[in-house]
Design a protein around this ligand. Structure first.
Ligand code: PEP
Length: 251
């Protein structure tokens, strides 16, 4: 089984109706239908309906950047999986390092969000990754496995296998420092080997994206690694030409 590559843009808290229309126009214009990879844009929640309208029949997938672990009710300010799905969302990021570090999301909560997404038909993208201190202390895989195991322990490997994993070393996010293709591949291979201890088939079919300062210059080499199944792209996803160049590198 060949894993279809996924190129996912994470716009974070950027843009407005005008700039988003421009960005989407640019992406749609330059997207080559011959490319095999799946293309996803994760927009701020309020703009999802606009982006869903815009992608039309282009085949571009639309996702959110966060969701509530709760199904509904008195949770002021929160947005449920059902709501994201209702307005046309197909994917949702969970456990992005900014959510973990700035909003105190721990792995148990992230696992609940992962599961909540699936209950409403959204595909969760589980973001995992170590800080620089953790890497330097040699604990990268302990950290990453712990973040993944929180889902497996609460909901099982079959549940994990319905989502996507994004390995994003925290020290590479928004810093311009990228993991080398060899560094990234080593962690991706270890993640897959870890999943295989639970279920070899799920390990083989699960897509593991790399994220952290991916750009048109480094994308091709990263995406050529056998266990790198796509990218989660922050900064470079805000410029149509750069995002498209990465999609092209994925082919
Ligand atoms: C991200 O936020 O998921 C990310 C990878 O950001 P950047 O590409 O800007 O490092």
């Amino acid at each position: 089984m060949v894993r279809t590559k996924l190129i996912a843009g994470n716009w974070k808290m950027n843009g407005d109706s005008r700039s988003i229309k421009q960005l989407m126009d640019g992406i749609k214009e330059q997207l080559d239908p011959a490319w095999q990879s799946e293309v996803l844009v994760c927009a701020p929640a309020v703009y999802l309906p606009l982006v869903v309208d815009f992608v039309g029949i282009s085949g571009i997938k639309v996702g959110a950047q966060n969701l509530s672990q709760q199904a509904q009710g008195a949770f002021t300010g929160e947005i449920s999986a059902a709501m994201l799905s209702d307005v046309g969302g197909q994917y949702v990021l969970v456990g992005h390092s900014e959510r973990r570090s700035l909003y105190g999301e721990n792995s148990k909560l992230v696992a609940e969000k992962f599961n909540a997404a699936l209950t409403k038909g959204l595909i969760p993208v589980l973001c995992v990754g170590e800080t620089l201190e953790e890497r330097e202390a040699g604990t990268t895989m302990t950290v990453v496995k712990g973040q993944i195991d929180a889902v497996i322990e609460q909901y099982g490997i079959e549940t994990l296998g319905q989502g996507v994993i994004a390995y994003e070393p925290v020290w590479a996010i928004g810093t311009g420092k990228t993991a080398s293709p060899e560094q990234a591949q080593a962690v991706h291979a270890d993640i897959r080997a870890h999943l295989a201890q639970f279920d070899a088939q799920i390990a083989h079919k699960t897509r593991i994206l790399y994220g952290g300062s991916m750009n048109p210059t480094n994308a091709e080499q990263l995406l050529a690694q056998p266990d790198i199944d796509g990218g989660l792209i922050g900064g470079a996803s805000l410029k149509a030409e750069q995002f498209i160049a990465i999609c092209k590198a994925a082919g």
